[in-house]
Design a protein around this ligand. Structure first.
Ligand SMILES: Cc1cc2nc3c(=O)[nH]c(=O)nc-3n(C[C@H](O)[C@H](O)[C@H](O)COP(=O)(O)OP(=O)(O)OC[C@H]3O[C@@H](n4cnc5c(N)ncnc54)[C@H](O)[C@@H]3O)c2cc1C
Length: 386
């Protein structure tokens, strides 16, 4: 029997998250967007309040201090996250790279447990100016030196770079071996030779920093390597699927739901030609299409999440969900702007921020094109397997 009901305890978590977002985060999101920064005292205060409610790092296993939510439950929570801005979600609820779960005992004490507790921030640094979609084409190199390594190279677009205490960095340890010659390292921000470069100003996601990173002869001990030599790409990509299912696709459902909610309210208020614009069939058609798109994406997210909870790793399916949900979000926020008319194009309206923040979801965590490549490759190899 298929049971789609949501257990009472999950509903309570969702309700607590929803109330927290409404009372603590949404009132400040406009100011954060305009000032393009989250003041330090605000970041600390929302983190501490969320932590006290047990809402920090809900996706991480309970064995390391996280909330231990299942993937279905986490996706339902992520839908709520979509009702406010990405940077406030990160500061309040955390964004711990799941790859940290592969750390050694020593790394667990220094990085994993403090990250899950919200005491430190670890940012993930893979992309380089010449290696984006082709993540294995990196040039950053960790050359053997004695029993350790010397790291040289640079990264860019690193989310949270200006607040991170440490970086999880991909680097070549065996340049002749392609993606199997890449390893992962935990590099402290204050290590000699690490420089956080310029802030890369973006169209959206205001308040969340994205910076270049430079490594100049940074000495690394073998204990700073995460996993075995050559495992870097497998470790990084292994957790990437889950990340894009919840933090991109499920959150896109929440963002789109908020855009639809605002559109419904506006259509019922705004009058033209002596009547509410909600009475015009062309507005109604847009609202209906938005709802259908959201429903389809939500069903896909929860189905793939359920697969994961059953112990499966539905890679092609997750590519489909990420692709559909991020493109759905583009369609829905575009229609929302249209329904708001000129007001939709005004930066004082949250719908304008949603539209800007939505655009990058088709680029992050694998572009739409890369996911189409992955889906087609899987189809040609195995046929349709949904
Ligand atoms: C806001 C933001 C935050 C980010 N945060 C991080 C982070 O924290 N850490 C990190 O490591 N990186 C981060 N990135 C980088 C992100 O992962 C890359 O931008 C993404 O992988 C795409 O790479 P690219 O920008 O170099 O585009 P490119 O790879 O240069 O792609 C350019 C175009 O070519 C297309 N293309 C490329 N290859 C193919 C192909 N084989 N077939 C068809 N089309 C193709 C792409 O789809 C795209 O349309 C972030 C980026 C942004 C914008």
């Amino acid at each position: 029997m298929i049971d789609f009901s949501v257990p009472e305890e999950t509903l309570q978590v969702i309700e607590t998250v929803r109330r927290f977002i409404d009372s603590e985060l949404r009132p400040v999101e406009q100011a954060v967007d305009e000032q393009e920064a989250v003041p330090l005292d605000l970041a600390r205060s929302i983190r501490d309040k969320a932590r006290a409610l047990g809402l920090y790092a809900m996706d991480m296993p309970a064995s390391v201090g996280g909330g231990g939510l299942s993937m279905v439950d986490m996706c339902l929570v992520e839908e709520q996250f979509g009702w406010t801005s990405d940077v406030l979600v990160r500061r309040a609820f955390g964004a711990v790279p799941a790859t940290l779960m592969s750390c050694s005992d020593a790394q667990r004490e220094k990085y994993l447990l403090p990250a899950v507790a919200g005491d430190i921030i670890v940012a993930f640094a893979m992309s380089e100016a010449s290696a984006g979609s082709d993540a294995a084409g990196i040039k950053t190199i960790a050359a053997r030196a004695g029993d350790g390594y010397v790291l040289n190279g640079s990264k860019h677009f690193i989310s949270d770079a200006n607040v991170a205490d440490a970086f999880m960095v991909t680097a070549l340890t065996d340049p002749g071996k392609g993606h199997k010659g890449i390893s992962l390292f935990l590099v402290d921000r204050d290590a000699e030779g690490v420089t956080v470069g310029r802030e890369q100003r973006l169209m959206g996601l205001h308040g969340l920093s994205h910076c270049e990173l430079f490594f100049n002869n940074v000495r690394l001990s073998p204990e700073q390597r995460l996993g075995q030599e050559g495992d870097g790409m497998a470790l990084a990509l292994g957790t990437g699927n889950r990340q894009r299912l919840r933090a991109v696709a499920a959150r896109a459902v929440g963002m789109a739901s908020r855009a639809l909610q605002m559109s419904l309210e506006y259509a019922n208020e705004r009058k033209q030609f002596g009547t509410e614009i909600a009475n015009f069939q062309m507005i109604q058609a847009m609202l209906a299409d938005m709802a259908v798109d959201i429903y389809a994406a939500r069903s896909m997210v929860l189905n793939a999440a359920w697969d994961i909870d059953q112990g499966r790793e539905p890679r092609a399916k997750i590519s489909m969900v990420k692709l559909f949900a991020s493109e759905m979000l583009g369609r829905v926020t575009d229609k929302a702007i249209q329904i708001f008319g000129g007001m939709g194009y005004c930066s004082e309206m949250p719908v304008e921020r949603l539209y800007r923040d939505a655009r990058v979801q088709r680029i992050l965590d694998g572009t739409s094109e890369i996911h189409r490549v992955a889906i087609a490759r899987d189809l040609l190899k195995r046929g349709l397997s949904i």
